[in-house]
Design a protein around this ligand. Structure first.
Ligand code: 9RB
Ligand code: ZN
Length: 373
């Protein structure tokens, strides 16, 4: 098994400012903080654990490149791309679009390298250079819509990669599985009318963005039936997430029969994340990866490309990410998660009736996915 891997130093230079997410304002009691909640150190620490664990030499390290303007245009409006480029050239950078997503000067170049990282990974999987792969890209992408960035996302990295796969490799059906704790609204927006991409998002109900990712969002027009949302109640842990994967996500994939699975791999459903209230440990990330790999082996020659989205616990994101990478790479003796005892010890891992009800409802919707082409 060869597993592709991407991390680039420039991803660690994405500057989210001193009031990151919660805008600093001395007149309103909002203190600046150099290490805001979204901070690239979390992803850098993930990469460093991959290196220190000894896994890195077993991976096929790929070099990201910048997505071209033409590649971005397959997803985004010319106005949004021009706006990001213009703001990025300002001495102090700018904001992706919602006033809560700052980026520093040169942020455009980092964002195009992020989209290009997802694209290179998808390309390597489709060419068969690697069996599967994980790109720790930054900034994230899944909130970015066609015409605007938001939620710390400038360009929709995986959407750019998917359009590239369709244009250059003629892939007809691609499935997105988004297990970030926030709704993958941007990816859903880009493909909402399009049956050639199935978007499945499992997330904490009504976490972010507001009023987004409900069960009744199923796609529109020719894309009707090709979006699936699983809005899990706050407090859902390992069993609930694995249940959602087994009962709703995998059957939806089997109904759709994708030729490639792209995972929007946010790691912010973990039990220590400051931006959500789920209770996932590395165990569920490991099991969810196994289930997806089994489905991919049945459906699409094992082709899975994962790209990083959110994840804000500098302590625990590295362990969750390592568990996924070890699973992708088929490591037989994984490194023991040094924090599992404490995070798992917080409880909440049983499947509660109110969690099961939502997953079962989503599963019914997922079973009605039509045959696209
Ligand atoms: C804005 C606000 C946010 C923005 C992003 C996240 C998480 C993103 C992620 C959570 C809350 C508020 C722009 C509040 O990890 N995605 O995967 N909140 N953003 N107020 N305003 C004006
Ligand atoms: Zn997130």
């Amino acid at each position: 098994m060869t597993t592709g891997y991407i991390w680039h130093e420039l991803y660690g230079w994405h500057d989210t400012g001193t009031g990151s997410l919660f805008e600093a304002d001395a007149l309103a009691g909002m203190q600046p903080i150099s290490h805001g909640i979204p901070h690239p150190d979390t992803k850098r620490r993930f990469h460093e654990l991959v290196a220190v664990s000894g896994l890195l030499p077993q991976l096929n390290r790929l070099q990201p490149r910048h997505a071209t303007e033409d590649e971005l245009l397959a997803v985004h409006t010319p106005e949004h791309i021009a706006d990001m480029r213009r703001q990025s050239a300002q001495p102090r950078g700018g904001d992706a679009g919602d006033g809560g997503s700052p980026f520093g000067r040169g942020g455009y170049e980092i964002a195009t390298l992020s989209a290009g990282g997802a694209l290179v990974m998808v390309e390597a999987v489709l060419r068969g250079d690697v069996d599967n792969g994980y790109a720790i890209v930054n900034p994230p992408g899944h909130h970015a819509e066609r015409a605007r960035g938001m939620g710390m996302c400038m360009f929709n990295n995986i959407a750019v990669a998917i359009r590239h796969a369709q244009r250059e490799f003629g892939v007809e059906r691609i499935a997105v599985v988004d297990w970030d704790v926030h709704h993958g609204n941007g990816t859903q927006d880009v493909f909402y009318d399009d049956p050639s991409v199935l978007t499945v998002s499992m997330h904490q109900n009504d976490c972010f963005p507001p009023n987004s990712g409900h069960l009744d969002e199923v796609g529109h027009g020719a894309g009707e039936g090709f979006a699936l949302n699983i809005p899990l109640p706050p407090g859902t842990g390992d069993t609930g997430h694995v249940y959602a994967m087994e009962q709703a996500v995998i059957p939806a994939l089997k109904a759709y029969r994708p030729e490639l699975i792209v995972v929007a791999s946010g790691l912010d459903a973990n039990g220590l994340d400051p931006l959500a209230r789920q209770l996932v440990t590395s165990r569920a990330y490991r099991t969810m990866t196994e289930r997806l790999m089994d489905a991919a082996a049945d459906l699409c020659g094992g082709r899975i490309a994962m790209a990083q989205e959110g994840g804000y616990s500098p302590h625990y994101v590295p362990w969750c990410g390592l568990a996924i990478l070890e699973t992708l790479a088929g490591v037989e003796e994984p490194l023991k998660d040094g924090m599992l005892k404490i995070v798992a010890g917080m409880g909440g891992h049983d499947l509660e009736p109110h969690q099961k009800r939502i997953v079962d409802e989503a599963a019914l919707i997922g079973r009605r996915i039509p045959q696209p082409l």
